[in-house]
Design a protein around this ligand. Structure first.
Ligand code: SF4
Length: 223
């Protein structure tokens, strides 16, 4: 059923949100890190008719399982174009292990800058994003639409972990195998650990580093 944002609520089917976004923003672009949310969103987007780009930023520190998940997704969804970006680090003066001393700077150089540069080139008016409210307290107020430099469309804002897992199982999606070992949110290996019972899904990211977000979606340099 076709509806507009004013009629949406927490029960609205993510497919309705994606279809609306495709109609309003045919230049829509989807960044993805291939976490559980991302894999579910790619599948839903395919069902909604998305045939655009899935953009992954290779920081140089991803788990092999994450890179394999990317390959499996690319093979499964030939109608989308999988793009991999890498940071230009030739002149990085901080050395290979900047994540130890300056994780904000490391994320800014290895994650945010490549995607920001790519978006400046492509100029999409909206981004399809896989975040959901229950991933972390910092995301508890997330809605379907976030205005900003570009509109961020968050079709999974109200889907919780159980529903995402059920969807992934029902459709036999190629979820990163680390997820089922407690890595509920998976980023770079130096900055990711498995989550303990009762913790936020993102509690294993940057543990002990005083940091909760990479900067892509929250903070001064958010996209
Ligand atoms: S998550 Fe860690 S290793 Fe990856 S870019 Fe950020 S600080 Fe660097």
């Amino acid at each position: 059923m076709k509806t507009t944002p004013g009629a949406w609520d927490a029960q609205t089917d993510p497919l309705v949100v994606i279809r609306w976004a495709l109609e309003e923003y045919p230049d829509l672009l989807m960044p993805s890190g291939f976490n559980l949310n991302g894999v579910v969103l790619i599948d839903l987007a395919a069902r909604a008719g998305y045939a655009g780009e899935v953009v992954f930023v290779d920081t140089g520190y991803h788990f092999p399982e994450t890179l394999q998940t990317r390959e499996r997704l690319e093979a499964r969804y030939p109608g989308m174009r999988f793009v991999t970006l890498s940071a230009a680090l030739d002149e990085e003066p901080w050395g290979e292990e900047r994540y130890r001393s300056d994780p904000d700077g490391c994320c800014a150089a290895r994650k945010v800058a490549p995607l920001r540069d790519y978006l400046a080139l492509k100029q999409p008016r909206a981004l399809l994003n896989a975040r959901s409210r229950d991933q972390a307290s910092t995301r508890a107020a997330l809605g379907f639409l976030e205005p900003g430099e570009r509109l961020r469309v968050n079709p999974l804002a109200y889907w919780g972990r159980e529903r995402l897992e059920a969807y992934a199982r029902a459709h036999d999606l190629p979820v990163n195998p680390l997820y089922w070992s407690g890595f509920l949110s998976i980023g770079c290996w130096p900055c990711t650990r498995a989550v303990r019972p009762g913790e936020d899904a993102r509690a294993g990211r940057w543990d002990g580093k005083g940091k909760a977000e990479c900067g892509l979606w929250v903070g001064e340099k958010a996209l």
